[in-house]
Design a protein around this ligand. Structure first.
Ligand code: WTA
Length: 632
């Protein structure tokens, strides 16, 4: 790639070899035509996929912000992820290569055998009474069965609700209760850096108070003893041996707007909300975005390092790559165990071509120096990607130079659980600016506005809003339409409030700064201040707690908590540790506060709301800003 230096920033221009045969050649022309008529553009994209009944209307916005896409159309995302590939040359192509944390464990599936596994799983779900529209909770680690389970639900028109297999029993239980699911799919355990994380035990605790759960399917993964309730729990391998597991299972054709999944994510206030995605629009959006941004080729080996429990795993580990008919690579373990070259070793060994990961991982691997990746042959790589938080230019350059050999463009993809697909990014033919996500995707438009909703001049920080509806955007918050309106659409009617701050530069590139609401991105994981505070508040020593995010070199942000102790409790290091562990146990190890400070009281507004921004400003030694609402 050629590099062009401007006084304030660098611009990288793609090498002509990157463009040879690329999906998007003339991005300016495509951007212009999609902007002129987004619906025509989306109709064109949708026509690349299979529908059992064509749609009548591309977009129905008559009840905005409740948008409907491809109205009247019928399909199933599985028809497009699996079934259609079986009719052509892809039938015997590898759909999935899975490698365990113990890398001697390898499992591979062609599209043909993926279909067999999905049909089998779907047959079992049917036998257990799962029907169209039912919610199935999936609490599985990164093993092939998570893919089979997701696709099996979708195939039947059931709705999956994945819960990241690092969440505690409390988090699991509240999500199961909210979604009222009757079936939970889990494993005995998962491997985390050589140790077993006891998933089944957590499920047992989690469903203790969940009246709806009737059955639990348990996949054997780690092999330790677990307790099995004979009435409720079933080993997956035992079920697979039953005659009902065998035979063809047709893919149910559903309405384009039929729900595909719920995914709980953290918001500004209260409990996590269930984001609802649907079959038709989601399928079109995710397919288009992956195809264009990562320019998927028939011989690609695509590796997205995300966990299926997060939206990145849904859209770009499972659905997106299978929609494009790519070969998906999936690794069970973490990048630094047992040595910090694990990822580089896998890229070399499996000839990965397209590699999509998070800035926090890049920063953590950078710290181990260049020698680890330099010992490996990474020349199979063609394109790199980043997601989850802004990538700092230093990490960008290391990723580009040391991992990408200076030749692979980096697609910095900005999007959210809610948007389902990339919203701001580049395609390989665009010039790149390290640290800038890029431009709104084709058919989308974005702007940066002030508190009143007026666009701010280029180069000025403001609130990031999206101007157009998009097919893969969520349809609502499950069981809470009012919250859907209030959180995203009420502040600036007609525009979608992202919750992020950003700047746009004079070339129309967006530089995302971070969240403006009470959401903290820790190592790219999305957590709510309120959830951490609630977890701390559950400890008997705590009267009140406030949690904020402060900059952290590797994690991007780290959680700092301020705690008011109950009468008679004294601050101590031991208590600090106990409270940190309490959060890990009752919410998730990823939410463990970096530091806990014991304070006499918390800054509050007169109406009693904790002023987290004051805590933040104090911690960073910044101006505390307007304090007129501070009590006394
Ligand atoms: C942040 C993850 C900067 C942002 C897909 C957004 C990013 C939140 C980027 C959504 C990026 C994601 N550059 N910030 N490329 N990608 N974000 O729902 O703050 O877990 O609002 O979805 O992540 O997090 P979520």
């Amino acid at each position: 790639m050629s590099e062009e230096s401007t006084p304030e920033k660098l611009v990288y221009h793609p090498d002509p070899s990157v463009l040879e045969g690329a999906t998007v050649q003339d991005w300016r022309a495509l951007e212009a035509s999609a902007t002129a008529d987004p619906q025509a553009y989306w109709a064109e994209q949708a026509s690349q996929l299979e529908w059992s009944r064509p749609w009548d209307t591309v977009l129905d916005d008559s009840a905005a912000p409740f948008f409907k896409w491809f109205v009247g159309g019928r399909t199933n995302i599985v028809t497009n992820c699996v079934d259609r590939h079986l009719r052509g040359a892809r039938k015997n192509k590898l759909a999935l290569i899975w490698v365990g944390e113990d890398t001697s464990k390898v499992r591979t599936f062609s599209y043909f055998s993926l279909n067999r596994e999905v049909e089998q799983f779907a047959n079992l779900l049917t036998a257990m009474g799962v029907r169209e529209g039912d919610v199935v909770t999936i609490y599985l680690p990164r093993i092939p069965e998570v893919v089979f389970a997701m696709l099996a639900c979708a195939k039947l028109g059931a709705v999956h609700s994945l819960i990241f297999a690092g969440y505690s029993s409390d988090a699991l239980s509240s999500r199961i209760q909210d979604s009222e699911s009757k079936l939970v799919i889990t494993a005995d355990g998962s491997w985390v850096n050589g140790k077993v994380f006891p998933l089944k035990d957590i499920v047992d605790e989690g469903i203790h108070f969940s009246a709806t759960v009737e059955n639990v399917i348990v996949v054997r993964n780690t092999g330790q003893d677990v307790s099995m309730d004979p009435e409720r729990d079933h080993w997956y391998h035992d079920l697979c041996a039953l005659p009902i597991a065998r035979g063809h299972c047709p893919t149910v054709q559903v309405d384009a707007e039929h729900p595909l999944y719920l995914l709980y994510t953290s918001g500004s206030t209260g409990s996590p909300k269930a984001i609802l995605h649907t079959h038709g629009g989601y399928m079109v959006g995710v397919h288009t975005s992956l195809q264009q941004t990562f320019d998927i080729r028939e011989d690609d080996r695509w590796w997205c390092t995300a966990d299926p429990g997060w939206v990145t795993g849904h859209s770009y580990l499972v659905y997106g790559p299978l929609l494009t008919g790519a070969t998906v690579f999936m690794y069970e373990g973490s990048p630094t165990y047992p040595h910090p070259d694990r990822w580089w070793q896998l890229i070399e060994h499996y000839g990965i071509t397209t590699f999509y990961t998070a800035p926090t991982a890049i920063r953590s691997l950078m710290r181990f120096g260049d020698a680890w990746p330099r010992r490996r042959d990474l020349s199979s790589l063609r394109l790199l990607g980043s997601v989850g938080e802004p990538i700092n230019p230093e990490a960008w350059r290391w990723f580009h130079e040391v991992i990408g050999g200076g030749r692979c463009p980096i697609m910095d993809t900005w999007w959210q659980t809610e948007t389902g697909m990339f919203q701001i990014t580049t395609v390989p033919s665009m010039p790149l600016k390290p640290g800038a996500a890029g431009r709104p995707v084709f058919g989308q438009d974005a702007e940066v506005v002030d508190e009143e909703g007026h666009p701010v001049p280029d180069g000025t920080e403001g609130l990031l809003v999206l101007k157009n509806p998009a097919p893969a955007m969520f349809r609502t918050i499950f069981k809470d339409e009012q919250r859907y309106i209030d959180t995203y659409w009420a502040k600036f009617p007609g525009r979608y409030l992202t919750g992020d701050a950003a700047k746009r530069d004079e070339d129309g590139y967006f530089w995302v700064i971070g969240r403006t609401d009470d959401v903290i991105k820790v190592s790219g994981h999305r957590l709510g201040n309120a959830e951490v505070e609630a977890a701390l508040g559950g400890h008997p020593a705590v009267v009140e707690a406030a949690a904020i995010g402060l900059p952290h070199e590797v994690k991007g942000n780290a959680i700092h908590a301020y705690v008011v102790l109950a009468m008679g409790r004294e601050p101590s290091q031991a208590l600090e540790q106990e409270l940190r562990d309490h959060v890990a146990k009752h919410l998730s190890p990823i939410a463990k506060p970096e530091r806990i400070e014991f304070v006499e009281k918390l800054p509050k507004t007169r109406s009693g709301k904790i002023m987290r921004r004051v805590l933040r400003a104090r911690a960073l030694g910044q101006d505390e800003g307007d304090l007129t609402t501070l009590e006394e």
